[in-house]
Structures are given as structure tokens and as C-alpha cells.
Design a binder for this molecule. Structure first.
Ligand SMILES: [Zn+2]
Ligand SMILES: [Zn+2]
Length: 137
């Protein structure tokens, strides 16, 4: 199997805690703050914050979920292989968060990295926008 398939393999090796956290974020589809996640998972028997933070960290590392830094929230990944590089739009009016993927954007970042000789480890781009439904009103 080529390395392209490692993503699927990793899916099967998620721990019970990781699956519970992943399901919560999947069902929500919205960015959730850590304390909200902690609260919601108490019923599922995940009462230790450390367990939840560990699961969140691992899921971020696997690229299953992302951290939206400026909102201090976590959101399910909408693409299959962002790894640790992510880009989001955040509506300034309604707060809606959308994951975006664009080849030109990726190339632009690569060029920026080359030109400035950045020893880049990862990036997380967050664009503040007015979303379509807010623009109409
Ligand atoms: Zn993603
Ligand atoms: Zn909006």
C-alpha cells in the first residue's frame, strides 16, 4: 500500500475516546470550544479534561479535526488530507466558519516560504469575511 492510504488506516486505529470526540465534532459541523466539548462528553463517561485534551491533540495531529486558533475552537476537517496546513474563512457577522482549499493558495504559500527562506513547520490561515447570507441582509 502506498502512503496515500495511511489516512484510512489511521481511521481504524482511533481510540474510543478519540472516536467519541470526533463524532461530537462531526455531528456539530460547527467549531466547538474545548470547555463545551468537555461539558458535552461528561455524559459519555469522558469526565477527565486530560482525556479530552489528549484526544483533541491527537485528532489535530492526524488531520481529522482542526483548531481554529482565533476562535480557540475545534472543527471537523472537510478535506481528506490537509495534514497540519489549514485555511478557513470566518464570517465577521454570524461567525460561520468554512474550511477552504485552493491550489493557488497552496502555491502562493509555497512561493512565500521559498522567497523568504522560511523554515516553516505548518500554517493556519484565517480569513475574516462577510458570508453570502450576511451580505444579502
Ligand atoms: Zn481539513
Ligand atoms: Zn455570516
Amino acid at each position: 500500500m502506498s502512503s496515500n492510504h495511511t489516512h484510512n488506516k489511521k481511521n481504524q486505529t482511533l481510540t474510543k475516546n478519540q472516536r467519541i470526540v470526533l463524532n461530537l465534532l462531526q455531528d456539530s459541523g460547527e467549531p466547538l470550544k474545548a470547555y463545551f466539548i468537555l461539558d458535552s462528553l461528561k455524559k459519555e463517561g469522558l469526565s477527565s479534561p486530560l482525556q479530552v485534551y489528549r484526544a483533541l491533540d491527537k485528532l489535530v495531529e492526524l488531520g481529522k479535526i482542526h483548531k481554529v486558533e482565533s476562535l480557540n475552537s475545534f472543527i471537523i476537517c472537510n478535506n481528506s488530507n490537509c495534514a497540519s496546513n489549514t485555511a478557513f474563512t470566518i464570517c465577521e457577522r454570524c461567525g460561520k466558519v468554512k474550511e477552504i482549499k485552493n491550489n493557488n493558495l497552496t502555491e502562493g504559500v509555497n512561493e512565500l516560504v521559498r522567497e523568504n527562506k522560511l523554515n516553516i513547520t505548518r500554517y493556519n490561515l484565517e480569513f475574516y469575511v462577510v458570508c453570502k447570507s450576511c451580505k444579502i441582509n
